[in-house]
Design a protein around this ligand. Structure first.
Ligand code: GRG
Length: 296
């Protein structure tokens, strides 16, 4: 097996995904230009593209191709970006900066930003429905998975629980529910949609589910750790906001060392889930490690 060069792999995948998103999104001067410029502002603001990259890697782990997974990869990035735009709105987190640039509503105003998020969510469903049919998974199955992920049982539900828990010291079980709903659910859907585009077997789908949930929760725990160990400015958020606010986080509830140990335990669980893929799971494994190693 060639030595892994994750940096090159990531940068090639970002280029591949960005080229697809460039085609998938209407041009910035398409009428109404303000809306399409706002959608593009947030989509091309410099995100890491973790979800589409995981989607492509899962497709390849299942013996498929990245070309067949491309619509699903675009879909998860559009859904993710919609959630970020809405999360940043004044009625939610009221953030000024995202991905190192001013948030969508700061540049285009609240109404257009809200609608840019809506339009990106709609585009996500259009894209996933355009995935070529496979033997085991229909586009309707993929749309259903994305809808469940986006809806009241996961992303939106997690956001409501998060808003309702603000300023309170939540029990760990509630914090875990929020992290699983807001973060792990979309990472899991990303790998499962990649698998579906590659005609994944039931055993492979279960492995991708287990991998996604473990990696997603580990990713969010690391994010909590970074909130504590790095300045919020470096994370591209309003300076001082998170450090000043009382927040339920893994480090706050169980301490830094136990949080790190939990992230490692989850990463081990993610690795174990990949055994079914043999050598084809090598990039998913490397990506899980990358998520954990963000904690420098
Ligand atoms: C439906 C409004 C609404 C919200 C759903 C997903 C979500 C809940 C809110 C988004 C904000 C947030 C802090 C989510 C947690 C997941 C997370 C760490 C997102 C950041 O993901 P990265 O690091 O970001 O992959 P980039 O910018 O690189 O894509």
């Amino acid at each position: 097996m060639p030595e892994l060069d994750l940096k090159t792999y990531l940068s090639q995948r970002v280029t591949f995904v960005d080229a697809a998103l460039e085609r998938f999104l209407p041009a910035a001067d398409t009428r109404p230009a303000s809306l399409h410029a706002a959608m593009r502002h947030s989509v091309f603001a410099g995100g890491k593209r973790l979800r589409p990259i995981l989607c492509l890697a899962a497709a390849e782990a299942c013996g498929g191709t990245r070309e067949r997974a491309l619509f699903a990869a675009g879909a998860v990035e559009c859904l993710h970006t919609y959630s970020l735009i809405h999360d940043d709105l004044p009625c939610m987190d009221d953030d000024d900066m995202r991905r190192g640039v001013p948030t969508c509503h700061k540049v285009y105003g609240e109404a257009v930003a809200l609608l840019a998020g809506d339009a990106l969510q709609a585009l996500a469903f259009e894209l996933v429905a355009r995935t070529p049919v496979t033997h085991r998974h229909s586009p309707a199955d993929m749309v259903t998975l994305l809808a469940r992920t986006a809806g009241s049982l996961h992303l939106v539900g997690g956001q409501v629980a998060d808003l309702e828990g603000e300023g309170k010291k939540l029990p760990l079980e509630d914090l875990r529910y929020i992290h699983e709903s807001k973060t792990a659910a979309l990472l899991t859907a990303s790998v499962k949609l990649g698998g579906m585009s590659a005609d994944a077997t039931p055993e492979q789908m279960q492995a991708l589910h287990d991998f996604g949930m473990a990696t997603g929760l580990a990713f969010q725990i690391i994010d909590d750790i970074l909130d504590v160990t790095q300045t919020s400015e470096k994370l591209g958020k309003s300076a001082g906001k998170d450090v000043a606010t009382e927040k339920s986080t893994y480090p706050a509830l169980m301490g830094l060392d136990a949080s790190r140990a939990e992230a490692h335990r989850l990463t081990d669980a993610a690795h174990a889930a990949l055994e079914v893929f043999g050598p084809n799971g090598v990039w998913l494994r490397a990506l899980a490690d990358y998520l954990l190693q963000r904690d420098y």
